[in-house]
Ligand binder design. Structure first.
Ligand code: ASP
Length: 340
């Protein structure tokens, strides 16, 4: 074969090979900032919620989204944003965190919270606090102002107080609704699903590309004094690593601890290259196989959000520069601003 013919043949082969290769996926476009929250997962169906109840939850979710978005819009950090959103939900008696938290069998409140910054994987957590008005703020001072990651009980309350976190009497957290739920559980000796949902959490991406996650809870109605759930455990309910993912989980804590849900999701994303929804579904399948249920809000390094749960509903919402969306029942809303 003459040289020009040979070259033409080779060129043809190369072009044919290129044509049969799938075009590389375009890089996802990262939003300037984005924040997503949950207010607990469980048996939450249109049949067991009034129209007024639904409206109240949606409004509460909007307020929490607004507080975090305000931080991100101004160029604040993801970690400040998740804290701001969680503080709003802790202050709202609708949720099982801060004011309105569920009660222990000893008729008190013991609260758990954790926060993690994806930038350097700094983290802070408190378990079993009884007098910190906003447990997420206590977790934050543990992260920022101690060389440790986690404090528990009296030491945690004391550390938070001496670092300027507001304190309250334990009775501040009590509401009539939680008192009645406790009496019912103690009387009937069974805890239904509604006796724990309401845990709150948030994940965010800021303008500098940093991720963060936060989770806060009162735990489970009539829990034994001293019981600690997954919410304050880094790797179980909370995890964040820049360019990988940020997770906040809610559900039956014992199972989430045993599976290490938040870290499992991020490891699958990082090492198996799975998308956040597939990774979350795989982790929740492990929870379900052990007998547990619940859900997660998860965000990847491009700011894409997943709400994945194996319960009938999860209070949830997300916000970015294009607007806010909230949902409660069934499957997550279709993408798009104000789609619900
Ligand atoms: N995970 C929380 C706990 O086990 C409760 C919940 O999220 O519903 O303490």
């Amino acid at each position: 074969m003459r040289l020009p013919a040979l070259l033409a043949g080779l060129l043809g082969l190369t072009l044919a090979a290129c044509a049969s290769q799938p075009a590389p996926e375009p890089e996802p476009v990262r939003p300037e900032w984005r924040l997503a929250i949950h207010g607990g997962a469980g048996v939450i169906t249109p049949e067991n919620m009034s129209a007024e109840g639904e409206a109240a939850y949606r409004e509460a979710l909007q307020r929490a989204l607004g507080a975090g978005a305000e931080v991100l819009r101004r160029g604040g950090s993801a970690v400040d944003a998740v804290q701001a959103s969680v503080v709003v939900m802790e202050d709202d008696p609708l949720f099982n965190a801060g004011k309105g938290a569920v009660m222990t069998a000893a008729r008190r409140h013991e609260l758990d919270a954790s926060i993690m910054s994806g930038a350097r994987r700094n983290a802070g957590a408190v378990a079993g606090v009884t007098s910190v008005r906003n447990p997420i703020s206590a977790a934050r001072v543990v992260m920022d102002e101690s060389e440790h990651v986690m404090f528990s009980g009296r030491g945690a309350d004391e550390f938070a107080r001496t670092h300027g976190v507001a304190t309250v009497a334990n009775s501040y957290f009590t509401t009539q609704r939680r008192r009645e739920a406790l009496e019912r559980v103690l009387r009937e000796r069974t805890r239904d699903d509604a006796d724990r949902h309401g845990t709150v959490g948030a994940v965010a991406l800021d303008r500098n590309g940093h991720l963060a996650a936060a989770t806060s809870t009162g735990g489970m109605t009539a829990k034994a004094a001293g019981r600690i759930g997954d919410s304050p455990l880094i790797g179980a309910a909370t995890y964040a690593e820049d360019d990988v993912c940020a997770v906040s989980a809610t559900g039956h804590g014992e199972y989430f601890i045993r599976v290490g849900v938040a870290k499992t999701i991020c490891e699958r994303v990082k090492h198996l290259g799975e998308g956040i929804e597939a990774a979350s579904a795989a982790a929740l399948d492990e929870v379900a196989a052990l007998g547990g249920d619940g859900g997660v809000v998860v965000m990847d390094g491009y700011g894409r959000v997943g709400f994945v749960f194996n319960s009938s509903g999860m209070y949830r919402g997300e916000i970015d520069a294009s607007g806010a969306r909230t949902a409660i029942f069934g499957k997550p809303p279709a993408a798009g601003p104000n789609s619900e």
